[in-house]
Design a binder for this molecule. Structure first.
Ligand SMILES: Nc1ncnc2c1ncn2[C@@H]1O[C@H](COP(=O)(O)OP(=O)(O)OP(=O)(O)O)[C@@H](O)[C@H]1O
Ligand SMILES: [Mg+2]
Length: 208
């Protein structure tokens, strides 16, 4: 059984919301700074390595998490083995995680991993991204950093199709109530992708 099962004290330092980390950073601000540094490096690495034959499959998705955060977290690249929720939302139950993930990525494969949107309309592309974004948000497969890795994933797909990174334009505010991305994510949980579509379409711009 994984060491990340059941015991929250294994995941977070006792009585905190600070995940145990390899650098033993126990100050939230410091940890966020470190995460931000690693995320930027992750963006650079995966952007540099984008190629015609890149496949945006489950392995790639896990690799984004693994390569980006391996320096900091033991759970980098690993799907969680505890059930988690945020606010009133409960994400995919652990016992369905693997199967649900397979189904999502199977669908994505049938859509050729969204690799054919350079010539199609922005609306069609935004609809597809919103659909899969919502699916991956409801899956919430990692213990932490789901939002950032999911956005990184679609930023690479956007780049592949000749777009800039998606501009979330202040939808990612610090407090949850003003955070339109979280509000859109809550809607995703009940299968309503409209708000997410709006965020994505507003944020998609062709690269020059
Ligand atoms: N109440 C909620 N209901 C549904 N989804 C939520 C809720 N709160 C947050 N989320 C989703 O979970 C993501 C945050 O998950 P997690 O903390 O694992 O990722 P993160 O990268 O650390 O956070 P963030 O996306 O805020 O940078 C958000 O981006 C959003 O998509
Ligand atoms: Mg988080």
């Amino acid at each position: 059984m994984s060491k990340y099962t059941h015991d929250n004290n294994y995941i977070y330092y006792e009585d905190t919301n600070i995940p145990r980390n390899k650098l033993n950073i126990r100050n939230l601000q410091k940890l966020e700074e470190e995460e931000q540094k690693l995320l930027l490096k992750g963006y650079e690495h995966f952007h540099k390595n984008l190629a015609e034959n890149t496949i945006f499959d489950e392995n790639y998705f896990k690799e984004l998490h693994e390569k980006t955060f391996n320096k900091l977290y033991d759970f980098a690249g690993e799907y969680r083995s505890v059930n988690i929720s945020k606010g009133y939302s409960t994400f995919c139950q652990v016992r369905f995680l693997e199967k649900t993930s397979n189904n999502i990525f199977k669908k994505l494969e049938n859509d050729n991993y969204l690799k054919d949107y350079a010539e199609k309309s922005k609306e069609e592309f935004a609809e597809k991204i919103a659909f899969y974004m919502c699916e991956l948000i409801a899956l919430h497969p990692f213990l932490e950093l789901n939002g950032r890795i999911t956005r990184l994933f679609f930023d690479m797909i956007a780049t592949y199709n000749g777009y800039e990174y998606i501009d979330y334009q202040g939808t990612l505010k610090q407090n949850d109530e003003d955070n339109l991305f979280i509000q859109a994510s809550i809607d995703c949980m009940s299968g309503n992708e409209n708000q997410m579509f709006q965020i994505i379409i507003n944020g998609l711009k062709k690269a020059k």
